[in-house]
Design a protein around this ligand. Structure first.
Ligand SMILES: C[S@@+](CC[C@H](N)C(=O)[O-])C[C@H]1O[C@@H](n2cnc3c(N)ncnc32)[C@H](O)[C@@H]1O
Length: 264
């Protein structure tokens, strides 16, 4: 057997099934849109992402799972057209709000899911999928990115398969099986003769910087589901035991930035 005999698309689906992650409906993201939209655009993650992009000769960008416009909006003044695609109407409202606040008139929202038909989605010079690629069918998602990018695709995916500090999840008895991470993308592209560039972006935990324990517990519940009173007490003990660790929200998170030319 060689690596060529492995069906990475099937393996990914199997891994996703084992991780028991149910896809979040758009309403779950709508509920977070306002608070995400309130955060200033930019920051270390977005700046690092953008610093690794090559926009030479590019005029248009499609940002898939754009959220409030984290990547697309920061590039809009260097491009003729930015399309922000998301399945959450709340996120697209935030995108439009930021675009008008910044005086940008070249940003178009597009309400669409990864799983939808993309036949009328415009092809752009660059396609970005930043932290939005936890899909049920990765092979289909990559085919869509490749079909809609003229010059380059930039995608970030989780490293290691856990969104939260695994030790913290274990403490709550909620350690989950890992979700599939970026390595499936590398292998699926490799099988198509595409050899992507790979780098990493390390960011603080999504539990970092909370004002108080209530906010911290809410963020944990967003990732792990509702907490019982007993779990909340255990979490609070962890939070109060080490203020520096609590402020950092546990271990940092790493994203893999994978970029490639769609034609290989
Ligand atoms: C973690 S946020 C990332 C937002 C932004 N790209 C960033 O890097 O900050 C994930 C985004 O993907 C969107 N999303 C999740 N599942 C999706 C799906 N199946 N189709 C389209 N968008 C989806 C969510 O609404 C959310 O805006």
């Amino acid at each position: 057997m060689t690596i060529d005999d492995i069906d990475f698309a099937a393996l990914y689906r199997q891994h996703m099934a084992q991780s028991q992650r149910r896809p979040k409906p758009p309403s779950a993201w709508d509920a977070r849109a306002e608070s995400l939209g309130r955060k200033p655009l930019g920051g270390a993650y977005a700046e690092t992402f953008i610093s690794r992009m090559d926009l030479t000769g590019c005029r248009s960008l499609l940002d898939v799972g754009c959220g409030p416009g984290t990547i697309g909006l920061l590039l809009a003044d260097r491009l003729e057209e930015v399309i922000g695609m998301d399945y959450s109407p709340g996120m697209l409202e935030q995108l439009e709000h930021h675009a008008s606040r910044l005086g940008l008139d070249n940003v178009t929202p597009l309400l669409r899911a990864w799983e939808d038909d993309w036949h009328d989605v415009p092809t752009c010079d660059i396609v970005v999928a930043s932290r939005s690629g936890m899909v049920a069918d990765l092979q289909d998602a990559l085919a869509k990115l490749n079909a809609h990018a003229r010059q380059r695709v930039y995608m970030t995916q989780l490293v290691g398969g856990h969104f939260l500090d695994a030790e913290l999840a274990s403490l709550l008895g909620r350690r989950r099986a890992s979700a599939p991470d970026y390595i499936y993308t590398v292998n699926l592209l490799h099988a198509q003769g595409i050899h992507p560039r790979l780098s990493h972006i390390e960011v603080p935990s999504r539990l970092a910087g909370t004002r108080d324990f209530d906010e911290f517990a809410q963020r944990v519940a967003w990732s792990l589901g509702e907490l019982s009173a007993e779990e909340t007490a255990r979490l609070e003990a962890w939070y109060r035991a080490d203020s520096r660790r609590a402020a950092a929200g546990g271990a940092p998170m790493r994203w893999a930035l994978i970029d490639w030319e769609p034609s290989g």
